[in-house]
Design a protein around this ligand. Structure first.
Ligand code: SAM
Ligand code: SF4
Length: 335
């Protein structure tokens, strides 16, 4: 096996690239984007499908094995199936996943599967139609539920549901989401609300640590065991309720970060390599595309300055952070 070139100064091997294919989105989730006034990158600043494919080809040669397509909303990007298919054809890439809000997924599931998409994470913070419309500022939850069914039908599995837990907004649905894992093979991943890119009262008011989920299981008398058998788990601590068909995961970057095992690099839609989700350091790769050595050199530089950990827990609490936090919103990074 060729040794990976993507090792940072703390010895962490990076084999996972998350690519934001657009900063645009058909929704405006309250924790991710403002209701209006969002400025989007002009089309000419966005990496073309050919450019993204070129970057992945070099990265695969350096040791990347897994790619996740995200956004903004990846399914508003024209030609997304072509991108999936081009990446699937790159030697060394053995897993292609997507994070999507699911609104346009039902009608694209079959084509994406044929193109080589292995797995999806679908964001779904509530099962209630009126609440879904409030959180997403206008989305229709039924379309997401239809997309889950479509993925099951065409065999894009496992399906993970991303649930950003927010105090006073959806924490009364923890039990309903857990019940889903008892009744179906879905994996529900609760995610802590992250203070990314905006100094927001909303975060202070709505952040909830994920210990709440296990407390809820305990309160309900449900027996929970750690589960080790879910493909592509990443940072999620996973559990299974006794007798459940599915499982649930906890992703708690704020209350208990998992940076020491970080294996991710990020590429923004406008071509910036981000070694860490939280900090502002970025390296624009666009000018290097076409020169493989220059692309390699840039990724190595990005990894060389990657800090040991983020400091989300200090956001808006303590000004003494060791680096400069990003001003990008989550929709401009990809999560
Ligand atoms: N539009 C797609 C979607 O919603 O799945 C992909 C992009 S979205 C930025 C990726 C993930 O980030 C989603 O699961 C979303 O719920 C999550 N996210 C966005 N803002 C967040 C925040 N402030 N804290 C935690 N998760 C967030
Ligand atoms: Fe769009 Fe996803 Fe952000 Fe919601 S979380 S606004 S769907 S990018």
């Amino acid at each position: 096996m060729i040794p990976s070139e993507l090792v940072d100064t703390f010895g962490r091997v990076h084999d996972y690239l998350r690519i934001s294919v657009t900063d645009r989105c058909n929704l405006r989730c309250v924790y991710c984007m403002p209701a209006d006034g969002m400025e989007f990158e002009p089309d000419e600043n966005i990496l073309s499908i050919k450019e993204i494919t070129e970057v992945v080809r070099v990265m695969a040669d350096m040791g990347v094995k897994k790619v996740r397509l995200t956004g903004g909303e990846p399914l508003v990007r024209k030609g997304i199936e072509n991108l999936v298919s081009a990446i699937a054809g790159i030697p060394g890439i053995d897993d292609i996943a997507m994070t999507t809000n699911g609104i346009f997924l039902a009608r694209k599931a079959q084509k994406l599967k044929e193109a080589g998409l292995n797995r999806v994470n679908i964001s779904l913070d509530t099962l209630k139609a009126d609440r879904f419309s409030l959180i997403t500022r206008g989305g229709d939850v039924q379309r997401v539920l239809d997309s889950i069914a479509a993925c099951q039908q065409v065999g894009i599995e496992p399906i993970k549901l991303n649930v950003v837990l927010m105090k006073g907004i959806n924490d009364d649905e923890i039990e309903d989401f857990l019940q889903l894992t008892i009744d179906s093979q879905l994996q529900v991943r609760f995610i802590e609300y992250m203070p990314i890119g905006h100094n927001d009262l909303r975060w202070k008011q709505s952040y909830l640590p994920l210990s709440t989920v296990l407390e809820r299981c305990h309160h309900l008398g449900w027996k929970v065991a750690a589960s080790h058998h879910v493909r592509g788990n990443g940072p999620a601590q996973t559990f299974r309720i006794e007798g459940a068909k599915g499982s649930f995961g906890l992703i708690h970057p704020v209350s208990d970060h998992f940076c020491e095992t970080c294996n991710r690099l990020r590429l923004t839609a406008d071509g910036n390599i981000k070694p860490c989700l939280y900090w502002s350091d970025e390296f624009n790769v666009r000018k290097c595309i076409g020169n493989d050595d220059a692309v390699r050199e840039l990724f190595s530089r990005a990894l060389h300055i990657k800090p040991l950990n983020h400091e989300m827990a200090k956001a808006f609490v303590d000004e003494s952070q060791t680096h400069v936090p990003t001003v990008r919103r989550m929709s401009q990074i990809g999560g």
